[in-house]
Design a protein around this ligand. Structure first.
Ligand code: GTP
Ligand code: MG
Length: 191
């Protein structure tokens, strides 16, 4: 891509940002998107048959969730959430491509949240390229001990990745996380 074409592509992304939520099964991606979307979201949840999913909930995303968030500035932010199951990882590439920002949800109640996080970071870094990332640590109420180690791990990365505890059911908390990412994309978006 020429430098001019690349500049206009990144300008277009700032005018209509695309934020993608990802993370392991049950981390709260669908819940977070539903909580903050300005429209009833499009979801592809179906009854789960996998033991990994059934251990935490009845339904799982098989393709994607879509919604959007209208900012006071009039800018529409497209919101996408990926499936968490690795067997649908072809959707990770499709949805992650062209994203303006990535929100990685790390479920603190899982057996090894650090391994989950490292896996998703490594998998998504080449897809989202230099788009900023932020981590939301969900279910801190069930796995409080995981928060500090996750934050320490993310702090020593180059570049460091900011992380906050967030309950995916709470719109104020999810919006704060999304806005922190939008500020890094273009502070003008929140004027
Ligand atoms: N206790 C607790 N529950 C939470 C929190 N955040 C989300 N949940 C719950 O965790 C579940 C998350 O489910 P989903 O939103 O479907 O998870 P998902 O990441 O979309 O999962 P897949 O699509 O299967 O990959 C829901 O039942 C939420 O109510 C939290 O901070 N604490
Ligand atoms: Mg889901």
């Amino acid at each position: 891509m020429s430098i001019t074409a690349e500049n206009s592509a990144s300008a277009a992304r700032r005018q209509r940002p695309k934020i993608v939520f990802t993370g392991s099964v049950g981390a709260g991606k669908t819940t977070a998107l539903k909580t903050i979307s300005s429209i009833p979201p499009v979801t592809t949840d179906v009854r789960a048959s996998e033991a990994e999913v059934l251990a935490v909930k009845d339904e799982t995303t098989v393709a994607m969730d879509y919604g959007h968030l209208m900012l006071a500035s009039g800018v529409k932010v497209d919101l996408y959430a990926t499936p968490g199951q690795e067997r649908f990882s072809f959707m990770w590439d499709i949805l992650g491509k062209g994203s303006t920002g990535l929100i990685l949800l790390a479920d603190a109640s899982r057996p090894d949240p650090l391994a989950d996080l490292a896996f998703f970071l490594e998998r998504f870094r080449p897809i989202v390229r230099d788009a900023p990332m932020a981590v939301g640590i969900t279910k801190a109420d069930e796995g409080a001990g995981a928060v500090e180690p996750l934050q320490q791990y993310l702090k020593q990365l180059d570049p460091p990745v900011p992380a906050v505890a967030v309950d995916a059911r709470e719109a104020v908390q999810v919006k704060r996380l999304v806005f922190s990412l939008l500020l890094r994309i273009d502070p003008g978006l929140l004027r």
